[in-house]
Design a protein around this ligand. Structure first.
Ligand code: PLP
Length: 441
């Protein structure tokens, strides 16, 4: 064959093994292929790769494995439901018992009477698209069809479907896909007056909704500035703009309350959730619609139909797993545990703020934190972030880089204080190594 280009589908490595066919998310496959970290097992806060190497999972995978890895009762819940009825569609009249029970349970957890739950199959991105379409449908249903614009924030991450990509405020994720979904505007993440100005500029009569992560997650973990959320909520109420809390990360305990909306007193019109609903043991999301938004569609005699749904909406196995996950969180009182660990995590990471390569440590809202790499260090050495992530993994802890600037810390709720201390030590050691100093251990 000599120098003829090889067909990528049949590429072989030096040992003659077939080249991988799996195309990873957000990965440069040209450099990753053959170097993947293949995780084969998980137990508590640890995961193990195919070579038997253990890693402390400081991410809870992607912010979701809240009850920890290897919880057999969730596997049993799936198996038991699958034996009974693995899946059945919920279009038009069809329903199933696990979905009905889970919807009732979520609705009853909220302080708002009359909430209705729309389940999505793929996780948060589907929930975000559903909420955006439902907000627009709501205004049409109440005779104000000109209210169709949605507003989102800089640094925001609302998933990777077309709507979520467009609402996102991380240019690296949006720029490659312009033109995006229209009728979306952005404001600065921390500036409530800017939100009001935007509503006034485009006209309240044209604005459907404001999308807001109570704590910005993938954009770098930014807890809300003091007073920001209350002010934004009040502005939306005053201008009759729906307030959509994107709680895909914060929902079901991560901030030390069942919902961040409870913690921050938000009373949203719509809430998007996913990850923590099932701790990732099955893919599922949920849009929680307040009674106000549901009313035009549920009112006796209404002809309004929300023409939206997915093949796997309200999937019975996923719903059964989610219910078992909520049972487990309640039985082990894991939400209270997050509240207890909030200051422990903040205290453990705080000393890193004094490191010459660290710009800021953001912590203090539950088990959600980030360590930002100093701006001058990133400017002088653009490779420092990926090298820190690799160095931390070599030391046995998994983290990742958010928006190219900060290292994520969002462990499972079952993490111990000793494991939190270990994350902080490993981070410090890797930062020291990046600064050219020897290991602390
Ligand atoms: C706030 C927020 N919304 C939406 C999403 C999209 O969720 P998924 O990746 O499950 O589609 C994410 C994912 O991280 C998220 O953090």
């Amino acid at each position: 064959m000599g120098s003829e280009p090889r067909d990528p589908g049949t590429l072989q490595d030096d040992a003659g093994a077939a080249a991988p066919a799996l195309w990873n998310a957000f990965a440069n496959m040209a450099s990753l292929a053959g170097n993947a970290v293949t995780i084969v097992r998980g137990e508590g806060c640890e995961v193990f790769d195919e070579h038997g190497r253990a890693y402390l999972d400081a991410l809870a995978s992607l912010w979701y494995c809240n009850v920890g890895h290897g919880r057999v009762e969730l596997a049993d819940a799936a198996a038991s439901q699958m034996r009974q009825l693995a899946a059945y569609q919920t279009f038009e009249p069809f329903s199933n018992l696990p979905a009905e029970a889970l919807a009732r349970r979520i609705a009853d957890m909220l302080p708002v009477p009359g909430a209705k739950i729309f389940f999505t199959p793929g996780g948060g991105s589907d929930a975000v698209d559903t909420a955006a379409k439902l907000a627009r449908s709501y205004w049409r249903a109440v005779g104000q069809g000109s209210k169709q614009i949605t507003i989102a924030r800089s640094h925001a991450y609302h998933g990777m479907n077309a709507y979520g990509t467009s609402l996102g405020g991380i240019p690296a994720n949006t720029d490659p896909f312009v033109p995006l979904v229209s009728l979306v505007e952005h404001v600065a993440w921390d500036d409530a007056p800017a939100l009001e100005k935007m509503i006034e500029t485009v006209g309240a009569g044209r604005v459907a909704a404001f999308f807001c992560e109570p704590v910005i997650g993938a954009g770098g973990v930014y807890p809300p500035p003091d007073g920001y959320l209350a002010a934004a909520r009040e502005i939306c109420r005053r201008h009759d703009v729906l307030f959509i809390a994107d709680e895909v990360i914060t929902g079901f305990g991560r901030t030390g309350a069942w919902l961040a909306s409870d913690r921050f007193g938000l009373d949203p019109d719509l809430i998007t959730t996913a990850k923590g609903l099932s701790s990732g043991y099955a893919p599922i999301g949920a849009v929680i619609a307040s009674a106000r938004v549901a009313e035009p569609f549920w009112r006796p005699g209404s002809a309004e139909v929300f023409r939206h749904g997915y093949t796997y909406s309200a999937h019975p196995t996923a719903c059964a797993v989610a219910s078992a996950n909520l049972d487990l969180i309640e039985r082990e009182q894991l939400v209270a545990r997050v509240a207890e660990l909030e200051p422990v995590l903040a205290r453990a990471l705080a000393p890193l703020a004094g490191h010459e390569l660290v710009g800021e440590v953001r912590a203090g809202t539950g088990l959600l934190a980030a360590v930002e790499i100093a701006e001058d260090a990133r400017a002088a050495d653009p490779g420092i972030g990926p090298r820190l992530v690799a160095g931390i993994r070599e030391r046995g802890v998994i983290t990742r880089l958010l928006r190219g600037v900060a290292l994520q810390v969002s462990p499972p709720f079952v993490i111990t204080e000793a494991e939190i201390a270990r994350i902080a030590e490993v981070f410090a050691d890797a930062f020291d190594a990046a600064a050219g100093r020897g290991s602390r251990s």
